[in-house]
Ligand binder design. Structure first.
Ligand SMILES: Nc1ncnc2c1ncn2[C@@H]1O[C@H](COP(=O)(O)OP(=O)(O)O)[C@@H](O)[C@H]1O
Ligand SMILES: [Mg+2]
Length: 383
């Protein structure tokens, strides 16, 4: 067990690291952050900040020597330098989990090999013919870069031969994955935690609504059959077991109109769709991450409210997009709802699709909370 007073290290200094720092310091740990960019959101609340490239192995080792365990909040960390960290302190989750989740082809193959449901897909090696993979999968299809995709970046939908030709050009020379486009009923996610002793807990299933490929709303409880919720949770537990996970893992799922679940992707860390747990759960996902990597007993994941809705706040809501941003969103309008909780990540430059913060609204029933949350979101833009 890693006791309070010890330092926990995190690779990546974005908002997930920042909220982890809040949770860790509240429990008496120190949080050290390793992040190439200065003035990062996590650095502001961390005990120590290392601003170096992930490839600077000597710096990484120095960082690791100051920590009792190291985790990550960002997936696109090169894997090789992490082996050096594992020589010094436990890396949680271990590097193989990260390596599997980093690359869509590897991830889908791993899931399939372990018997978990995935959307029909075909791999495209660098330089290989993409149109063949599209033929195999069928149209409409989605082409995704195998590496470094997030928030819908590096993805295109193809419906017509002309779009196939365009995609062939756009992805020339890249490793890619082609997936059948799913006309899903809804998107779901389950966050699961496992500690070194093998204790496992899942958070309540969230229903996620994306707009332009970026998470817009997370709604809890998900408005689906409780039997499907149990099935989704079971999937996440089995995935955590199959990995021998130590830490947190988020599983994104599609639910199709026939009631079938398929895993879309996984992230071995806290997840945007779990931010509501800060305001609606006995234990937040960040506290659970601390407990799991420190080898503490896991916390209760029961909701403290009947319903919670999380809304992302993107740079778009600042006025004067494309120019210098003017003023700020209507925070007092938002907070005039006494149950709205505002979380901002300390980012100074609001850019269109940048996640600047989020708010959570809780209440007695999902329909009312969701309706009010949408109105509050719209109100952020009004004077
Ligand atoms: N095969 C698919 N069928 C339908 N929609 C998809 C498909 N793949 C992705 N999407 C949509 O795009 C979003 C982002 O895709 P995802 O694979 O999760 O990539 P990332 O979140 O890494 O950008 C999904 O949440 C979903 O809304
Ligand atoms: Mg996703």
């Amino acid at each position: 067990m890693i006791s309070p007073g010890s330092a926990i290290g995190v690779l990546g200094g974005g908002q997930l690291g920042r909220m982890l720092a809040h949770a860790a310091t509240r429990m008496g740990y120190r949080l050290h952050v390793f992040e190439p960019q200065e003035n990062c959101p996590a650095g502001e609340v961390a005990s120590r900040e290392f601003n170096f490239e992930y490839r600077e192995v000597e710096r990484l080792k120095e960082f690791a020597r100051g920590c009792a365990a190291v985790t990550y909040e960002f997936e696109n960390v090169p894997v090789k330098p992490l082996w050096e960290i594992e020589e010094i302190v436990p890396l949680r989750p271990h590097w193989e989990v990260l390596e599997t989740c980093q690359n869509r082809a590897r991830e889908k193959n791993w899931l399939q090999r372990h018997g978990f449901p995935v959307v029909p897909f075909a791999e495209v090696a660098a330089g290989e013919d993409l149109s063949q993979a599209i033929r195999k999968v069928g149209m409409p299809a989605v082409v995704k870069t195998a590496d470094f995709g997030y928030d819908g970046k590096g993805q295109v939908k193809v419906r017509t031969p002309a779009e196939v030709a365009e995609a062939v050009k756009a992805f020339a020379g890249q490793r890619a994955v082609v997936e059948r486009f799913i006309d899903f009923k809804c998107e779901l996610s389950v966050i699961v935690a496992r500690n070194p002793q093998g204790e496992i807990r899942t958070f309540p299933v969230a229903e996620n609504i994306h707009t332009r490929h970026i998470l817009d709303f997370s709604i809890v409880p998900a408005r689906i059959d409780p039997a499907v919720q149990r099935e989704a949770a079971e999937l996440a537990v089995n995935i955590a077991d199959a990995f021998g996970l130590v830490g947190l893992l988020a599983v994104e799922l599609f639910l199709d109109s026939d009631g079938r679940l398929a895993v879309n992707e996984m992230a071995p860390r806290t997840h945007n769709s779990g931010h509501w747990t800060l305001d609606g759960c006995v234990t937040s996902q960040f506290e659970q991450q601390v407990r799991a990597i420190a080898g503490l007993p896991l916390g209760d994941t029961a909701m403290t409210v009947p319903a919670a809705v999380m809304v992302n706040i993107l740079g778009n809501v600042w006025k004067g997009q494309g120019k210098e941003p003017i003023g700020s969103p209507n925070w007092s309008g938002l907070l005039s709802h006494p149950r709205a909780k505002l979380h901002l990540y300390g980012k100074s430059q609001p850019r269109a699709a940048r996640k600047m913060g989020h708010f959570t609204l809780t209440g007695e029933d999902v329909a009312t909370v969701f309706k009010s949350a949408r109105a509050l979101k719209t109100g952020l833009r009004s004077p």
